[in-house]
Write a protein that binds this ligand. Structure first.
Ligand SMILES: *Cc1c(COP(=O)(O)O)cnc(C)c1O
Length: 351
């Protein structure tokens, strides 16, 4: 089956008389003993339905988490005492903050790299225990050579993780490039409606799956049944939403690149995320407050278009330009999106 068919059909109850079409929301802290489920921190049939569906899209076994950062933290917890983690200096700021926190407590050594500089990344892999990749990066939009980095990391005996939040399995399935783990903020495109937080980890390695499942059981970084049900409902339309957001983004990029008042338009060629760089932080502030349809808000990947100057966050990398505004393109009509965006740019450029 092809991806959009899998997105619709995976993780459903069996096609039998009286079975519901959709997995029910199982609200349970405990189960009658003697079976496989036992307790609500270990298992929930609504998570399982979500995990089967996302697993079918990424091509691996899936574990659902309470948030993207709960999934990131569970993976980083596997790194041995004092071991080295290679990661993009422009990875999602929360992931970089977790690495900094672990390093400041003497738990790991973090080596931050420009993930698009393959030669430098490959050199850094030599004595690494874990290589963290995000591609494209949020919000710098750098793209990594995942197969080349993975080969070098494996030669050094390191595990490789790809944060696939921006590309989604609709555009990129990193497990096919032999990476060990894929991580998602399902809060973004997978949920897709800005109404939940969730994370996920995927792998084809049964041993890694068992270790991560064991950590999740022990730490309790689990999603609620309702969140899992909503995320699964979102996943059904993931390919449709990504295709529409991408078509909108490609048209907007064409028009944005024709404007003289933007220093840079960063777009990796696929997906619904664009970063534009304005002449200054002040111009970018004015821009983010000047739209009417586009919502000034953090986060991304919803059906509605949003924008945000990233350096308004103290936690954002200082190498991200002050004037960079991240655009999350939604599924609205592209002409309405352009009318609002270009009018806001006109207002912020003329002061
Ligand atoms: C948002 C985000 C995360 C963190 O996910 P949460 O669900 O907010 O915890 C991780 N990686 C990327 C690329 C993100 O955009």
């Amino acid at each position: 089956m092809r991806p959009s068919t899998r997105a619709v059909h995976a993780g459903r109850p069996p096609h039998e008389p009286d079975q519901p079409f959709n997995a029910p929301i199982t609200m349970a802290s405990t189960y009658v003993a003697g079976g496989d489920l036992e307790y609500g921190r270990y298992a929930n049939p609504t998570w399982t339905a979500f995990e089967e569906a996302l697993g079918a899209l990424e091509g691996g076994r899936c574990l659902a988490f309470a948030s993207g950062l709960a999934a990131v933290s569970t993976i980083l917890d596997l790194v041995g005492q004092g071991q080295k983690v290679v990661a993009p200096r422009h990875a999602y700021s929360g992931s970089v903050m977790q690495l900094g926190d672990l390093e400041s407590r003497g738990r790991i050594k973090a080596h931050l790299v420009d993930i698009s500089d393959t030669e430098a990344v490959v050199a850094a892999c030599a004595d690494a225990s874990l290589v963290w990749i995000e591609s494209p990066t949020n919000p710098a939009m750098e793209v990594a050579d995942v197969p080349a980095i993975t080969a070098a990391a494996h030669e050094a005996g390191a595990y490789v993780v790809v944060d696939n939040t921006f590309a989604t399995p609709v555009r990129q399935q990193p497990l096919d490039w032999d990476v060990d783990l894929v991580v998602h903020s399902a809060t973004k495109y997978i949920g897709g409606h800005s109404d939940l937080l969730m994370g996920a980890v995927l792998t084809r390695d049964d041993q890694l799956y068992d270790v991560l499942k064991g950590r999740r059981d022990l730490v309790g970084a689990i999603p609620g049944a309702f969140e899992a049900w909503l995320a699964l409902r979102g996943l059904r339309t993931l390919p449709l939403r990504v295709e529409r957001a991408e078509a909108n983004a490609q048209e907007l990029v064409r028009r944005l690149r024709a404007r003289a008042d933007l220093t840079e338009v960063r777009y990796p060629g696929f997906g619904g995320m664009i970063s534009v760089v304005l002449s200054s932080g002040e111009a970018a502030d004015l821009f983010q407050h000047s739209t009417e349809l586009w919502v000034y808000a953090t986060s991304l990947g919803g059906v509605e278009s949003t924008l945000e100057r990233r350096r308004r966050w103290k936690s954002e990398a200082p190498t991200i330009p002050e004037g960079l505004v991240r655009l999350s393109v939604g599924i609205e009509d592209v002409e309405d999106l352009w009318d609002d965006l270009s009018a806001a740019l006109d207002r912020s450029s003329t002061g």
